[in-house]
Design a protein around this ligand. Structure first.
Ligand code: IMP
Ligand code: MG
Length: 176
């Protein structure tokens, strides 16, 4: 396991993102949706770096992840309780990989009448993208590799690491 970004680098990046988002949404009615579980740490840091009043909600998604499923199929395990009609929505998640889950969730939200829906992820993992969509905001671009820490898990481990690390899963067994 190798550290890609330490806690100081992450904090600096979150501050930059917070400033950028604050400037972009000045005067707007912003509703921020965190994706559980992976987005929980990034979400809690990012909302405190956004210097304007916001409302927040959480959803839990489950990706099918099988290539035999229709593209972009995602299950919403816990949907939003709040209405987002007439609001600007920012989705916050840990990582965009293929992009299928976030594209499907974005379409789901767009059917509820928000003014806009944008996406912010901590990691933009680019090489396996299968959809024509990029995060509107992201912290770090990583071409490939399995990323853990700062909310990201490998089989539910490593979420609480303060650093962002890369591991190479060893035939689905314990990482080296
Ligand atoms: P998607 O392929 O962009 O739809 O990503 C689906 C989900 O796979 C993400 O929300 C993560 O939970 C998970 N995922 C994708 N790449 C990684 C990774 O490198 N580390 C940990 N989780 C990942
Ligand atoms: Mg996730």
């Amino acid at each position: 396991m190798k550290v890609l970004f330490n806690a100081g680098e992450i904090a600096q990046k979150v501050k930059e993102l917070g400033d950028e988002i604050t400037a972009a949404y000045e005067g707007c009615n912003l509703y921020i949706i965190g994706i559980l579980k992976g987005g929980f740490i990034f979400m809690s840091d990012l909302v405190r770096a956004i210097r304007m009043p916001v409302r927040i909600g959480f959803v839990r998604l489950s990706s099918y992840g099988n290539s035999d499923r229709p593209q972009g199929n995602v299950r919403i395990l816990d949907d939003l309780e709040d209405a987002i009609q007439g609001r600007h929505v920012l989705i916050v998640d840990d990582i965009m990989d293929t992009g299928q889950s976030l594209l499907a969730f974005k379409k789901h939200l767009e059917s509820k009448g928000p003014i806009s829906v944008k996406i912010c992820t901590m990691i933009n993992k680019t090489q396996r993208r299968t959809v024509d969509m990029e995060p509107d905001y992201y912290g770090f671009r990583v071409p490939e590799g399995f990323i853990v820490g700062y909310g990201l898990d490998y089989a539910e481990d490593y979420r609480a690491l303060p650093e962002i690390c890369v591991i190479e899963p060893n035939n689905g067994r314990e990482p080296a």
